[in-house]
Design a protein around this ligand. Structure first.
Ligand SMILES: Cc1ncc(COP(=O)(O)O)c(C=O)c1O
Length: 401
């Protein structure tokens, strides 16, 4: 008996459809299985160079401060940059600009140099970026710079010159000494290496990179809804660039831009009363450091170019005592799992002061402060003191700040 062709046709169609249905079911099952097995997996794409990780830092809601104030309090996690602070942005911008201008050339047999006088995070950012791009970092710093920072710089292979702490008018002061070392190489006809001096305090690429990146990131992450931005002033780059972006570019004219100032620094009086001065600076009372505080990275007693250019966008300031910063360090670590450095703590203290001054409790205002670096950068000084606080000195509520 011969099989009818239409039966063959329908049999074939049935087999193909059944196979397709089984395959689809199989794919569906494995994809459901996959997504159920780890719904949180959403890894970023592969990048080609560590410098591609700079910027686009997250913002985290700080629950303990939000519930205490009845506002929405967020921190911009600049400590998530690969070099551990916002200084990565500045170092990359200045170095990239010098490469574009051909002032320095990466990956030569004899490495071109990037000079900076810094005892802070900027040196670490420069050292990291130089290694990633094929350049050599040269950092001058005071000889009492904390051991962890020194070790980090050494680990990155930075050339390090330690000098005795001195006033900025002294030619042997670490910034002046750095400029001299850079000029020496550029003036030497027998040395074919070139050098640039980053000059983070006066170089306006500093505030510009925050205007181009940090400010827009914050605006986008907050959906444009932001009432207050709080930062310390080290060079003034972060606060200047972000404030200018939010107020001038995005026309958020009503937002408050607040300087969190450590004791001994002059910005509080500068913003509140127009005078750059702190009582701790009076003749005879000043100790060895530029600003007498445990807080590192922020606080100054001169107006930098980066601050000067953007001062008109800053309208408030709070002066935070070291003891308050120490208590806040323990509070944030214990209540939010935020293990941050000293300048982040004075920013967080300023959130509380701001809400108190304007009676903003339960107003739902959206406040962003900067988490500049991790507590691990401050273990031997600030966090040593924070850990030495006695049980009764710790805050059980933020009313005690
Ligand atoms: C520890 C620390 N605090 C504060 C700041 C803000 O400083 P600046 O005013 O130089 O932008 C920075 C910059 O990254 C920092 O590293």
């Amino acid at each position: 008996m011969t099989t009818q062709p239409y039966i063959v046709f329908w049999k074939g169609t049935f087999i193909v459809s059944a196979a397709a249905a089984v395959y689809t079911l199989y794919k569906l099952r494995t994809s459901i299985k996959k997504s159920n097995s780890n719904p949180k997996v959403n890894p970023p794409k592969i990048i080609n160079n560590i410098t591609d990780l700079i910027g686009n830092t997250p913002i985290v809601k700080v629950e303990s401060l939000s519930s205490y104030t009845g506002c929405e309090v967020f921190c911009k996690m600049e400590l998530q940059n690969p070099g551990g602070s916002a200084k990565d942005r500045v170092a990359l911008k200045v170095i990239q600009d010098a490469i574009d201008r051909k002032a320095i050339i990466p990956h030569k047999e004899r490495k071109d140099l990037v000079f900076e006088g810094t005892s802070g995070s900027t040196g670490i950012s420069i050292a990291l970026i130089c290694n990633a791009l094929g350049l050599q970092s040269y950092i001058t710093l005071p000889d009492d710079t904390s051991l962890e920072k020194l070790k980090l710089l050494e680990s990155f292979g930075a050339l390090i010159k330690k000098v005795k702490p001195a006033s900025i008018v002294d030619p042997d002061q670490y910034v002046n000494s750095c400029i001299e070392s850079c000029n020496k190489i550029n003036d030497d006809k027998n040395d074919d290496r070139r050098g640039i001096f980053v000059d983070q305090f006066e170089n306006e690429l500093n505030w510009k990179v925050h205007f181009e990146t940090t400010g827009p990131e914050i605006f986008e992450q907050m959906d444009g809804k932001i009432d207050c931005f709080i930062s310390g002033v080290g060079t003034g780059g972060t606060i200047g660039g972000v404030a200018r972006y939010l107020k001038a570019e995005k026309k958020l004219r009503n937002i408050d831009v607040v300087v969190a100032d450590p004791q001994g620094s002059g910005f509080f009086n500068r913003i509140r009363f127009g005078v750059m001065y702190d009582q701790l600076e009076k003749e005879g009372s000043r100790r060895r450091h530029q600003v007498d505080t445990l807080v590192e990275g922020v606080g100054l007693n001169r107006i930098t170019q980066n601050f000067h250019e953007n001062e008109k966008y800053v309208n408030l300031a709070y002066r935070i005592k070291d003891i308050e910063a120490l208590k806040m360090a323990r509070w944030l670590s214990n209540n939010d799992g935020l293990f941050v450095g000293s300048s982040s703590c004075i920013n967080a203290c300023s959130v509380v002061r701001y809400v108190e001054e304007f009676g903003l409790q339960n107003s739902g205002k959206r406040i962003v402060f900067v988490a500049c670096d991790s507590g691990s950068r401050h273990l031997s000084k600030f966090w040593k003191e924070a850990l030495a606080l006695k049980e009764e000195e710790l805050m059980s509520t933020l009313d005690e700040l």
